[in-house]
Design a protein around this ligand. Sequence first.
Ligand SMILES: [Zn+2]
Length: 105
Amino acid sequence: MARTVKCPSCGAELTAKDDNRDFMFCEFCGTKVRLDDYRETHRYVDEARIQESKDAMELRIKEMEQERWRTEDANKTAATYFKWLGIVIVILVIAYIICMGLGIA
Ligand SMILES: [Zn+2]
């Protein structure tokens, strides 16, 4: 039984004969047209690819967010560290000045 397929390249309606096996050539533009439900195959592949890239993008966004949180945490830790370091240095300087004043150092 002959059936019609649409050329994926130029959109022409093509009649696939029984003696065509799994592909034929478009008589208008010469594109190789798959006859084993190429539209289903193409749509399935495209959707799988879209889903795949969407998943990859979501994963990348999550990674970037985690990376940002990690950087912010590191910055906070560093800020806290330097704040306490500054306080300790000030205390040591004051202690040194006091000791100098008392004639101990
Ligand atoms: Zn064509």
